[in-house]
Design a protein around this ligand. Structure first.
Ligand code: NAD
Length: 412
């Protein structure tokens, strides 16, 4: 089996496939294969016991033809340069799919925040900015939260950035708390945006109300996605976190699941459900499967056994190119990550815009604007899918490539 798990190779493979179909310019494709730059830093942190630990941090700035680099910062023990480069690549294409004036960036720190104190996490966050601040800024590179980072960490980072630069610059980070210049609606935006795409699929008649949904993950994205599809009358029968999953064929009560996770730190043992593993969750007989945690969970090793009709990629890069081909052969419809989870960056753009223009929008306005952007992206992709008789992923890459290439041309 060829190595399926290098996400950067997988990302390039996805673009090359689309490039062949639409006969995209080879020079453009080649330029997209290397980030503009990536930065690796060491972050010395004094731990609570007085010892010093050096953490490793990354930032990859993939392409800024359409606007400032934009993308989250991940805290995870598996973070590595190839992952960060892939995630920055996907951000370039995602921003272009949803048509917001940003390029692609991504960052990460190799750390397991679950074993650290709040003070140690704050010190890592501030340490990351001490090293990275020269390459960040509202018109240069705008980070946001990702796995294991959220509004609190964005708050530490913004505070450190403003202390060092001596300027008020809230638009340097998105995904902030409302009190620190965050946007109404940003918290739920990614899950909500995925829900809009599901609504459009229901409108095509491919699935109907009552359809069953299995979601891998139970973090920010998964929670609001679940809330959105439950509101639309779909049945979430499985959820999971890093420790395992739970299943109830009649549907899981989201409020109970949230309370159980809060009280016990895990989903396991949720009343009225059966414990399952993450691997079992992926193989459940459901209408919609929603990987919403990490990349590379759908591979050639499990793709043939997936019985879902539709896969909504709320995580970035959950499907390897090999499994993508198996899904296409088997008629499984894959809603690609660069569309499905683009609601997050679309709303980050709204947050950035409000900060840059000293505005504050109501939640309803934000979600309405987001809904419009998602529907427009979906419609554009469907037109391209029909034109080239191809998958939604290839169509999304073609749409994004045409937009990026147009903006990129002037530089070359
Ligand atoms: P999060 O940290 O809030 O949640 C991550 C979830 O994944 C948690 O429930 C965690 O327990 C679970 N998880 C971790 N390791 C796992 C494993 N090995 N198996 C199963 N579950 C595991 O992160 P999030 O913000 O919800 O992000 C989830 C995914 O969505 C990531 O791929 C991220 O890049 C992508 N994404 C997030 C946003 C956003 O706005 N937060 C936007 C676009 C894409």
């Amino acid at each position: 089996m060829k190595n399926q798990t290098n996400p950067f190779k997988n990302a390039i493979d996805q673009l090359e496939k689309a490039g062949k179909i639409a006969e995209l310019d080879q020079n453009f494709l080649d330029r997209m294969k290397t980030p503009d730059r990536y930065i690796e830093v060491s972050i010395p942190v004094t731990m609570d016991n007085g010892s010093q630990h050096i953490f490793q941090g990354f930032r990859s700035q993939h392409n800024n033809s359409c606007g400032p680099y934009k993308g989250g910062i991940r805290f995870h023990h598996d973070v590595n340069l190839d992952e960060v480069r892939a995630l920055s690549f996907w951000m370039t294409f995602k921003c272009a799919v949803v048509n917001v004036p940003f390029g692609g960036g991504k960052g990460g720190v190799i750390v397991d925040p679950k074993i650290l104190s709040e003070k140690e996490i704050e010190n890592i966050s501030r340490g990351y900015i001490k090293k990275m601040y020269p390459v960040l800024g509202p018109e240069m590179d705008v980070p946001a939260p990702d796995v294991n980072t959220g509004e609190k960490i964005m708050g530490y980072m913004l505070d450190e950035y403003e202390k060092i630069t001596g300027k008020k610059a809230p638009a340097t980070f998105t995904g902030k708390a409302i009190a620190n210049g965050g946007s109404e609606g940003r918290m739920e935006a990614t899950g909500f945006g995925g829900g809009v795409v599901v609504r459009e699929i229901i409108n095509t008649g491919l699935i109907s109300v009552g359809a069953t949904v299995a979601i891998q993950g139970f973090g920010n994205v998964a929670t609001y996605f679940a809330e959105s599809v439950i509101k639309q009358g779909l049945k979430v029968v499985a959820l999971s976190d890093s420790k395992g999953g739970v299943y109830n064929e009649n549907g899981i009560d989201l409020a109970l699941a949230l309370a159980h996770k809060k009280n016990t730190g895990t989903l396991s043992g949720l009343a009225g459900t059966k414990n399952i593993t993450n691997a079992e969750l992926l193989l459940l007989s459901v209408d919609i499967l929603v990987p919403s945690a990490l990349e590379n969970v759908l591979t050639s090793e499990n793709a043939e056994q997936i019985s879902a009709k539709i896969i909504v990629e709320m995580a970035n890069g959950p499907t390897t190119p090999e499994s993508d081909e198996i899904f296409a052969k088997n008629g499984v419809i894959v809603i690609p990550d660069i569309l499905a989870n683009s609601g997050g960056v679309a709303t980050s753009y709204f947050e950035w815009y409000q900060n840059m223009n000293s505005e504050k929008w109501q939640r309803e306005d934000v979600l309405k604007k987001l809904d419009d952007l998602m529907v427009s992206a979906w419609n554009n992709i469907v037109v391209i899918k029909e034109k080239y008789k191809t998958t939604l992923r290839n169509a999304a890459y073609i749409l994004a490539s045409e937009r990026i290439e147009e903006a990129d041309k002037i530089k070359h």
